[in-house]
Design a protein around this ligand. Structure first.
Ligand code: FE2
Ligand code: FE2
Length: 304
């Protein structure tokens, strides 16, 4: 048909591009004034609708799954067939995919292309690493979700949130440059091996720098620093560590404690929070732990 543009199912303009926290986004149609995407959020994905400076309009139709949108004041659960749209948000809003969610999204300010190239490259590195260690990609994804949740309660502005988003999502991408025999060693690492493992912060810095610039790279570089100065790689102390890096540090430690590994069962939420509290003001920022606790409560996680 000459006068009707038809695209058969699966033949997207850009297929299979992942740009944001484990979700798949397919560009279905675009022209200079608007774009249409089909977005897939795996169950558990947490993301954020940001306050924007520009005039923006986005309309979403839920095809599948339930999506919860919430801010400090209220919570709304949306189901298939529901729609939501926004134009110039007054506050940041978090969303969480309760099930595997599919959305049709129409927006006035095309943004697909902006994300595509850079995120795809580092994501591919994480995907390859997942094949090797079976862990880093999913760990980074969970840490990103926690980080976004914590940051929300600390009221980050839009540009800070985006920097934090990328820094968290790729905070361990440098592990791709750690020799496999050290990365996968089941026994405790020797001192020398541990020193090599610690260099993943610097590798991460270099890899992120290329795509996201120095601000994002520096946040990720500092994710193993501690308030008491006993962290690495630089042994920074207190305020020398940005709030953004302190957030990823807490999210990282929390995830490491609660995740279940083949050789041990993960801690309960309550015990992991207690462990963070035990190390607050020494290793972790207490304000960040407060925010994590609020976030977990708001997600109705049973503290048991
Ligand atoms: Fe790390
Ligand atoms: Fe990590």
């Amino acid at each position: 048909m000459q006068d009707i543009l038809i695209n058969r199912a699966g033949s997207y303009m850009h297929a299979g591009t992942e740009f944001s926290g484990g979700n798949m986004t397919h560009l279905i149609y675009n022209d200079p004034s608007f774009e249409v995407t089909h977005d897939v959020f795996p169950k558990g994905t947490v993301g954020c609708f940001y306050t924007m400076d520009t005039e923006e309009f986005e309309f979403n139709y839920i095809i599948k799954g339930r999506l919860e949108i919430f801010d400090v004041k209220e919570k709304v659960l949306l189901s298939p067939g529901d729609t939501f749209c926004y134009q110039k948000l007054e506050r940041n809003h978090l969303f969480k995919a309760i099930d595997d969610v599919e959305l049709l999204s129409i927006r006035k300010t095309p943004c697909f292309g902006e994300f595509e190239e850079s995120v795809t490259h580092l994501n591919e590195i994480l995907f390859q690493l997942q094949n090797v260690d079976g862990d880093t990609l999913s760990h980074c994804e969970r840490v990103k979700n926690l980080t976004m949740g914590i940051a929300y309660y600390l009221e980050f502005d839009q540009s800070q949130l985006l920097n934090l988003f990328y820094a968290a999502k790729f905070h361990d991408v440098g592990k791709a440059r750690i020799p496999v025999e050290i990365l996968l060693k089941p026994e405790k690492l020797t001192d020398d091996e541990y020193e090599v493992m610690k260099t993943h912060s610097r590798h991460t810095y270099e890899m992120i720098l290329e795509y996201y610039g120095p601000e994002v790279a520096k946040i990720a570089f500092d994710h193993h620093e501690r308030l008491d100065g006993k962290g690495y790689p630089q042994g920074l102390k207190g305020d020398e560590i940005s709030l953004a890096a302190r957030i990823i540090c807490v999210a990282d430690a929390y995830d490491a404690m609660v995740v279940t590994r083949p050789y041990r069962v993960g801690m309960t939420t309550k015990n992991a929070l207690a462990e963070l509290r035990r190390c607050q003001d020494i290793q972790f920022d207490s304000i960040v732990i407060d925010a994590l606790e609020k976030y977990l409560l708001d997600l109705d996680k049973e503290i048991n």
